[in-house]
Design a protein around this ligand. Structure first.
Ligand SMILES: Nc1nc2c(c(=O)[nH]1)N[C@H]1C(S)=C(S)[C@@H](COP(=O)(O)O)O[C@H]1N2
Ligand SMILES: [Mo]
Length: 374
């Protein structure tokens, strides 16, 4: 028996009209661009090339760009599904290939759909801290982002005439609805679904949405009202962190200086209100107290404004080290924090001391610090 293959013309639902496709496409162009630019920013901060400069003020900027990254990515999922629904009858268009440009266009749409789905799915799994794959997420997510944005640009260039026609005032298509669903109805459902997805997750970073966002499972929970990604037990640092032999070793051109916890506590203390802004999109502001990096470097005989590499008691963790640029080591709000929200730092938040710097991704806020090399 042969299954009947439908013809492109037999899909008469209003959801498949050009005007619907173009409007959803426009929304996707906005969310994809936002997602790409904010993702690029996050990548550059974590792997800064020589020309790149990221300021330490305003302290909340990365919180906003990374929140926008995750929110625009989440919003893209229902939009992409709606767009594919809108255009899938084209799969039944015949002949399959009309010309070489037509073949290339179809191929580019295949690459576009595959890379866009890959980005949205891997991003979503990362937000859920679920890694059902065996590649290193940030590298692959970053590489495929270029493929996705490249094929988006090709797609927009190719479709520009269609988009113009579809968004023009003159409505040549009837607002037909043989299946009862109007164009407006399909679009309204799409915007509503997207809105619900955004509100359900945005509470991870937008404080007043916290109570509404059923899916923002991280914010506000954890010791001292700040979430924890990697616990002290998970990082296998508990004995070293609690050891009376713990010393902070500061290495600079002036030699090596060691500080006990009591000595750090005796240095001038600075308090700052700073957010932890995780790449996964959650963020949480808190009050941190400790030795500012300018004070620490001076106490060690070095000078603020030089890059410093930070090492943790944690062995083998991918976030066990970080580099603080000079922009941050000269900022008095960059702390080697000893206290969080008025209490001695919890073991899970990095006891005896951890880095907390303004306007930085969470992955660079190294916990259980044992060494600073200027
Ligand atoms: N040594 C070490 N520091 C680390 C991490 C880690 O895995 N190991 N995780 C980082 C990440 S991804 C984030 S978001 C912040 C979270 O800090 P918190 O657990 O105190 O909220 O710590 C950072 N510091
Ligand atoms: Mo993080």
């Amino acid at each position: 028996m042969k299954l009947p293959v439908p013809k492109e013309e037999s899909f008469t639902s209003a959801a498949h009209s050009e005007r619907v496709t173009a409007r959803i496409g426009l929304a996707l162009a906005v969310t994809f661009t936002t997602c790409f630019v904010t993702g690029l920013i996050s990548h550059l901060i974590q792997h800064p090339p020589g020309w790149f400069f990221w300021p330490s003020s305003p302290v909340w900027l990365y919180r906003v760009t990374q929140g926008a990254h995750v929110i625009s990515g989440i919003a893209s999922i229902p939009l992409l599904l709606a767009k594919l629904w809108s255009v899938y009858p084209k799969l039944f268009g015949r002949p399959l290939v009309r010309s070489l440009p037509h073949a290339l266009e179809r191929l580019s749409i295949l690459v576009l759909s595959a890379s866009a789905f890959f980005e949205l799915l891997t991003g979503l799994f990362n937000v859920a801290q679920n890694y059902p794959w065996n590649f290193y997420f940030p590298e692959v997510h970053y590489a495929v982002a270029w493929i996705a944005i490249g094929s988006v640009l090709v797609h927009i260039a190719v479709k520009l005439p269609v988009v113009r026609r579809a968004l023009s005032k003159v409505d040549t298509e009837p607002e037909l609805a043989r299946d009862g669903l109007s164009r407006r109805g399909f679009l309204r459902t799409t915007w509503l679904t997207t809105g619900v997805a955004v509100v359900a997750t945005a509470g991870a970073t937008v404080p007043f949405l916290r109570g509404v966002s059923t899916l923002s499972w991280r914010s506000g929970k954890g010791p001292q009202r700040v979430p924890v990604n990697r616990s002290a037990a998970g990082a296998a640092v508990i004995p070293a962190a609690l050891s009376p032999d713990w010393r902070l070793e500061v290495v600079s051109a002036k030699g090596t200086k060691r500080f006990s916890l009591a000595e750090l506590t005796a240095l001038p203390q600075t308090t700052a209100e700073l957010p932890i802004a995780c790449v996964e999109g959650w963020s949480q502001s808190a009050t941190w107290t400790g030795v500012s990096f300018p004070d620490l470097l001076k106490a060690a005989g070095s000078e603020p404004g030089r890059d410093a590499s930070i090492t943790s008691l944690e062995k083998n963790g991918i976030y066990a080290t970080s580099v603080l640029p000079g922009e941050h080591t000269k900022d008095a709000r960059t702390l080697l924090a000893l206290r969080l929200n008025g209490e001695v730092l919890d073991l899970d938040h990095g006891y005896p001391c951890r880095v907390i710097a303004p306007n930085r991704p969470g992955v660079l806020q190294t916990k259980w610090v044992s060494g600073v090399r200027v």
